[in-house]
Ligand binder design. Structure first.
Ligand code: CTP
Length: 406
């Protein structure tokens, strides 16, 4: 159980912070809510109190004997401000202490995560961008907003990321090694393309051959790289969750589409990660019309092999590019798993191979993963746990590999 202080600024997205609060409490964290006076125009104190099960702090002047403007910030393990409005970002950047939340921000020594939400013009305004840069330089972790529908009919960057997205980033920051790399933005300037999810090969216009991949590992890698300052593009097959805000999305269906999209992406990427689960076989001649039953006769479909996307990327790589592959293996023992991994790394020729045991389908769609990271010299790291934490350890291995490549 950690103590999370949830700061809420005065924007319409304050209602989404109720869902975020629920998510934190459901996984057992103690949440104290500090809304700004303007936030109370959108969601009242009663709602925050009922959802958090704790007193809500709204003013510097209340409970003065307990010195809340100092104690609240000091007591927290993590401060999350969602939504962070343009005004809140500006006040925090200039070190103001004109309400309880800005006092908290000046006294908190724990990690601070801000999820901005505002109209596109306000987000893109040089003043806001300069304030965000100031906050980041000081170690505040500021998420990029989502793009999409805003309050009115307008669309663009400025939406509050989904509560599940903020939750995943926030909880990963409870791990101190993640906080360190998020604060230092050690992947700033790195252009990453990561593939995620399963591909689908059409049998006929309505049926396809697919697989159980959820895309969670690829999305966790995208999320982790964004947090560390990278420019991220996700080439996504079938995925079960949204792509994190700030990432570019390229959608594909089949392995052939994936091969094409990755080849295009490779031209301007420093780092390529193949976390997708491409189908290895595709129907030799997909039916133009819907396949019909032919009496009791069984259906026979001939499949041909698809292109090996990863092997193609390795063949055409630039000397400064780092390429990471995944290996999904069903092995009878740990030593057999390692043998399969070493052989696949040698066959594919990538810089790093993330090896996981998928016996029983345990990994697909799950929140956790257990992986061994290999390079041509041997085991680099072994990690088990939440896919977001695993993603950071993979990126740590990538950062080391990039240094030794130079
Ligand atoms: N991969 C790829 N193109 C394919 C199949 C897989 O680029 N047509 C990539 C995967 O994204 C992964 C790596 O290759 O990064 C290994 O995938 P995996 O399914 O473990 O191995 P395969 O190459 O399919 O080999 P096999 O099924 O024989 O183990």
């Amino acid at each position: 159980m950690s103590r999370i202080l949830l700061g809420v600024a005065g924007g319409i997205a304050a209602y989404k912070a109720c869902l975020l609060l629920r998510r934190f409490t459901e996984v057992g964290h103690e949440v104290t809510v500090v809304p700004t006076p303007n936030a109370l125009n959108f969601v009242g104190e009663t709602t925050w109190a009922a959802l958090s099960g704790r007193p809500v702090h709204t003013q510097v002047w209340a409970d003065a004997h307990a010195v809340p403007h100092v104690t609240l910030g000091r007591a927290a393990d993590l401060v999350v401000v969602a939504p962070a409005t343009a005004d809140l970002v500006a006040r925090a950047a200039s070190g103001r202490a004109d309400d309880l939340l800005t006092n908290v921000l000046l006294t908190a020594t724990c990690p601070v995560l801000m999820a901005p939400a505002m109209h596109t013009e306000m987000w893109l305004h040089p003043a806001t961008q300069a304030n965000v840069a100031t906050l980041r330089a000081r170690g505040v972790i500021v998420l990029d907003p989502d793009s999409g529908r805003l309050t009115g009919a307008d669309t663009g960057p400025g939406r509050l990321p989904e509560p599940s997205e903020i939750e995943q980033v926030a909880l990963s920051l409870l791990d101190s090694s993640v906080t360190g790399v998020a604060r230092s933005r050690d992947l700033e300037g790195v252009r990453l393309t990561v593939s995620a999810g399963g591909t689908r090969e059409a049998l006929d216009p309505v049926r396809y051959l697919g697989n159980a991949s959820s895309g969670r590992m690829g999305l966790a890698l995208a999320r982790a790289a964004l947090l560390r300052g990278a420019e991220v593009r996700v080439v996504a097959g079938a995925i079960t969750a949204a792509v994190p805000g700030g990432a570019e999305l390229v959608e594909v269906v089949s392995t052939a589409d994936l091969a094409e999209a990755m080849t295009v992406a490779a031209a301007d990427s420093d780092l390529l990660i193949m976390a997708a689960a491409p189908a290895d076989f595709t129907p030799a001649s997909p039916s133009q019309g819907k396949l019909k039953k032919q009496g009791d006769a069984p259906l026979t479909v001939r499949f041909t092999q698809t292109t090996d996307v990863l092997a193609g990327l390795v063949r055409r790589r630039r000397p400064d590019q780092v390429i990471v592959g995944f290996a999904a293996e069903t092995a009878g023992s740990a030593s057999e798993l390692m043998e399969l991994g070493r052989a696949k790394l040698a066959r594919k020729g990538c810089d790093l191979l993330v090896l996981n045991d998928v016996s029983g389908g345990a990994v697909f769609g799950a929140a956790d993963n257990r992986v061994v990271i290999l390079d041509p010299r041997g085991v680099v790291d072994t990690v088990a746990g939440d896919k977001n934490i695993v993603a950071h350890r993979i990126l740590d291995a990538v950062a080391t590999s990039r240094k030794s490549n130079r």
